[in-house]
Design a protein around this ligand. Structure first.
Ligand SMILES: NC(=O)OP(=O)(O)O
Length: 308
């Protein structure tokens, strides 16, 4: 069993292979059902439309049986330790997909059983399977990530952090993180990008939309109020002025081939306009489909590991 808790744990070729496998699944290539006879648990402590359902659906398509746990359904809520929970669930399940209120380290403690593969389906600091879906969407569209330039605009949230870490493993992809001051991808994540790549990456950080070196190949945004977590500053919206992806923003930074991505859910009219999200350049809905193909690729890699 292998965990996928942070992209920082993967070797570059492992991420590349997982993404390629997600693209294959996107073509409908499921020749056999490699998880037949396997059991997958899906434990979400926070709301989810895409990730929870796509892991359930993807695991089922691969032949697994799935059990879901709501936020209060495990004895963790009554004080059983994370380690004891892992030890017990490892005797019943092959994989546990977890969305938590905590950070990556909490999920790591759940991943201590050698018999249980644990997948991070969103922690406060990283959303690794989202990045797999995002890279699969870009790979499918462009044929390759090499030489492409991805502009990630808005709050430096868990999706942005995962993409930054992906940039450490895929140095041929240029990623510009455009976040308002005070809402950037944490420095600790960017330090990790440097460390993982030995400084050989193309992940850059800017705070001024006028500093974007375009045209870029893809413009990616995300909800500014991630998971409904309130921001400390009641006037936080003022910091995001100029960061909405509307027609003007898109045209300013795009060429004829530029596409739009959004991890969803969207707050229409806030970080993106309807015209862009629903427009002909938007891959957001295909990206949502790749949530499921990414889930399938990740589960296959973690549980049966037919390839490395
Ligand atoms: N993008 C994403 O993680 O969506 P959900 O919160 O609906 O799972």
């Amino acid at each position: 069993m292998r965990n996928l808790i942070s992209l920082a744990d993967l070797r570059p070729e492992q991420l590349t292979r997982i993404v390629a496998r997600a693209v294959e699944f996107g073509r409908g290539d499921v020749e056999d059902r490699p998880l037949t006879g396997r059991q997958v648990g899906v434990y979400f402590r926070k709301s989810s439309t895409r990730t929870r359902t796509s892991f359930w659906s993807g695991a089922t398509r691969l032949g697994a049986d799935v059990i879901t746990f709501g936020p209060d359904e495990l004895q963790l809520t009554t004080g059983e330790t994370v380690e004891d929970t892992s030890r017990v669930l490892g005797q019943y399940l092959d994989a546990l997909v977890v969305r938590t209120n905590g950070d990556v380290e909490e999920i790591r403690r759940l991943g201590t059983s050698p018999d249980l593969a644990v997948v991070n389906a969103l922690s406060l600091d990283e959303h690794p399977t989202q990045a797999v879906a995002d890279l699969a969407t870009l790979t499918e569209h462009f044929g390759s990530l090499a030489g492409r330039h991805l502009l990630v605009v808005g709050e430096g949230n868990s999706s942005g952090a995962a993409l930054a870490l992906a940039g450490a493993l895929v140095p041929e992809l240029r990623i510009t993180l455009l976040c308002p001051e005070g809402y950037e991808v944490p420095k600790s994540t960017l330090d990790l990008v440097d460390e993982l790549s030995g400084g050989r990456h193309q992940v850059g950080r800017i705070t001024d939309p006028a500093a974007v070196e375009g045209p870029v190949d893809a413009i990616y945004t995300s909800r500014w109020q991630t998971m409904g977590v309130p921001k400390a500053d009641p006037n936080w919206l003022a910091a995001f002025e100029g960061f909405r992806v509307d027609r003007d923003f898109f045209d300013r930074h795009s060429g004829p081939h530029t596409v739009f991505l959004h991890d969803l859910p969207a707050v229409r009219g806030q970080e993106v306009t309807d015209e862009i999200l629903d427009g002909g350049r938007s891959l957001a809905w295909r990206q949502a489909h790749h949530k499921m193909t990414a889930a399938m690729a990740v589960l296959e890699w973690c549980v049966v590991g037919l390839w490395d």
